[in-house]
Structure formats: C-alpha cells, structure tokens
Write a protein that binds this ligand. Structure first.
Ligand code: NAX
Length: 331
C-alpha cells in the first residue's frame, strides 16, 4: 500500500506520546512499506507542546511520514482514522475515589467513542492505553454502536512483555525463546500472568510453575506491580516501555502474530473461558494479520484450579468497574 494510513494519537503531548510518535513515524508500528499520516489529539493546554513534538518529527525527516496535524476537538482528531491510540486519560488525583476516576475518564472516553463512531474510517482499529484501560475501552466501544466491538482493545501488552522478561531471567534463557505466556483479566494489580501454557526454550512453563513460592510470591506480583516499581525507581511512570508495547500490539494486530506463538490483549469478551460477555478482559490472542484482521482468542487451553481462581478474581473486578460505569450512565 502506498496510501498513507491515518493514525490518531490522543495525549500526544504526554510522556508516552513523546516515546510513541517517533516509533510510529519511523515505520516500526505498521512496517517499512507503509506511510503514515499522524493526527495528534490533545486538550487545548497540550496543543503547544504537541506542536513542539511535531516540529521534532519534521526534523527527523522520516521518509514514511506523510503529514502531521494537531487538534483539540475529537471530531477533527479522529477524522478518517484507520488506527486510533487512546493514550490521554485522567490520572487518579489525591483523595480521588474510584467512582470519581471512572466518571472523569467517562468524560473523555464517551465523547471519543462517539467521535470515532461518527468520523473514523470503516476499518478503524482502536487501542486504549489510558487507565483504567479496560474500562475506558468499554466506555469508548459502548458509545460507538456502528463500529464492531472487536475493533476496540485495551493494552495489556506491556504486562505481557514484562512477564516474558521475568520468565526469561528466571529460566536463564533469551527472551526470544519464551512463548505463549498469557495475561488474563484487568490491567491492574489483579491481573493474572499465566505461564502454565508457556514454552520456555522448549520446556513447558508448568515446570517453572512447580515452584509455587516463586510463582505466587515473586513472578505474579512482580509483573502485576511492575508499574509501581518503575514509578518508585524512575520518579515517573513507564513511558518508553508503554509506547513500545503499544507499537507491538498494533504491529501484531495488523501484520499478524508469529506462527506458534500468541500474545495478550484486552478485548470485548465473547464469553470464552467463562469470562462474562461484554466486558473488556485480557485473553491469549492471535491475529492472522491483513485487512480486516481481528484478535482471536486462543481456544481450548486447560485452566487449572489455581489459574481459575486468579482469573475469576480479576474478572470480578472488571465486572464491578462495568457496573460502576453503567450506574454512572456512561455505557
Ligand atoms: P501524561 O500525563 O504524561 O500525558 C497524558 C496526556 O494526555 C497529557 O498531555 C494530557 O494533556 C493529555 N490528555 C488528557 N486528556 C485528554 C483528552 N481528553 N484528549 C486528548 N488528550 C488528553 O501521561 P502518560 O505517562 O503519557 O500516560 C498516559 C496514560 O497511559 C495514563 O492514563 C497512564 O496511566 C496510562 N498507562 C497505561 C499503561 C498500560 O499498560 N495500559 C502503562 C503505562 C501508563 O501508566
């Protein structure tokens, strides 16, 4: 294809935006043959900083970058979007209750869902990064009735990549030799990184999982609480690794997951694995790539008792969040 792909990035002036835009413009997200046109969507206070980032993008002279425009109105920002990365969100402020957080984000993701419904391209693919990512994705999808639900996704790829890295380190193998890990549930501390089906340099992940103390007191909490550990060490939340995960997610969705492997993504549940239909939960997924590519849940995995409990607990949290945003009239 020589026709540029329209990529809208919200929160473009934020720290993830700064790490993300250059990767997209260089071709790392959609491949080396696909030109991109960037649409940056910010709130009015973020527009000037976004203009600065756009100047730097110009100064990279990326051969694949066909143009950049900047908007503070969602109807303009999502016009013709083929790929939409919803990064900007309202962070939890001091003393803010969960209901306040969900309501504040509803004020962002409801109008963005409506705008996507009205003006995005027919093939739009949406990735929600801004937290609480799963429920923000649910709000956006629910307010875009004409867009198939499977076009809306929430990012758990950073959790997935964190889990790959932890397993590789534990097993003493290169990270490229770890396959078929799964993040289940919510992108929150309740998430469940599952290595029972993994292939760790040719050995079953269940072997590593036999060390229950390591599994439950080290691996699972290290992955689930990695975001907090980064904030503690860096004095700022994950940015480059989050941007990298967003690039990976869209890359694999559009171009396909590697043969013999899968990845993790928050998707609209179709009821698979006992996860109630109509919540945005993370599953093991593959994509065949190409036009009209969808995330397909990996079928027929055997879920043991330990995994079942952990998945159910994270899913219960998602159901609570769904009920809360339903109560607020956001979905
Ligand atoms: P920043 O605060 O650096 O940037 C956010 C940007 O979004 C700001 O420039 C702000 O002006 C803009 N913004 C706010 N409301 C907007 C709206 N309605 N329309 C357009 N832009 C808007 O945050 P950053 O560190 O970039 O993080 C962005 C989001 O990613 C946060 O919600 C964060 O919690 C979330 N994360 C999600 C991760 C995941 O794995 N799903 C991991 C990393 C990150 O924590």
């Amino acid at each position: 294809t020589t026709q540029p792909v329209n990529v809208t990035v919200t929160g473009a002036a934020g720290q993830i935006g700064y790490a993300l835009l250059f990767r997209i413009a260089s071709g790392q997200m959609l491949g080396p043959d696909t030109p991109v046109r960037l649409r940056l969507l910010e709130i009015p206070q973020g527009v000037k900083a976004a203009e600065g980032t756009a100047m730097e993008l110009d100064d990279c002279a990326f051969p694949l970058l066909a143009g950049i425009d900047i908007h503070d109105d969602p109807r303009a920002g999502f016009e013709g979007a083929n790929v939409a990365l919803l990064v900007g969100a309202r962070p939890r402020g001091p003393g803010m209750e969960r209901a306040d957080l969900l309501e504040a984000n509803g004020g962002i993701f409801k109008p963005q869902g409506e705008a996507i419904n009205a003006v995005a391209a027919d093939d739009v693919k949406v990735l929600v990064v801004g937290n609480p990512a799963n429920t923000n994705a649910l709000i956006a999808a629910s307010n875009a009735p004409d867009v198939p639900k499977d076009r809306f996704t929430a990012m758990t790829r950073l959790d997935h990549n964190r889990a790959l890295s932890q397993v590789a380190a534990r097993a003493g193998v290169p990270v490229a030799e770890v396959r078929r890990l799964t993040i289940w549930g919510n992108h929150s501390a309740s998430q469940y990184p599952d290595l029972f089906h993994a292939d760790v340099a040719g050995r079953p992940g269940s072997e590593l999982a036999q060390d229950r103390a390591w599994l439950l007191d080290d691996f699972v909490p290290t992955v689930a609480k990695r975001g907090a550990a980064i904030i503690d060490a860096r004095g700022a939340s994950s940015a480059a690794s989050a941007a990298n995960a967003a690039v990976d997610h869209v890359h694999d969705w559009v171009l396909g997951t590697p043969e013999g492997d899968w990845t993790s993504a928050g998707i609209w549940s179709d009821g698979s694995y006992g996860v109630p239909e109509g919540i945005m939960s993370s599953f093991p997924v593959t994509s065949a790539g190409g036009p009209g590519a969808t995330w397909d849940v990996v079928p027929d995995l055997e879920i043991g008792e330990l995994s079942r409990e952990r998945i159910d607990a994270s899913v219960a949290e998602l159901v609570e969040e769904r009920d809360a945003v339903r109560g607020l009239g956001l979905i």
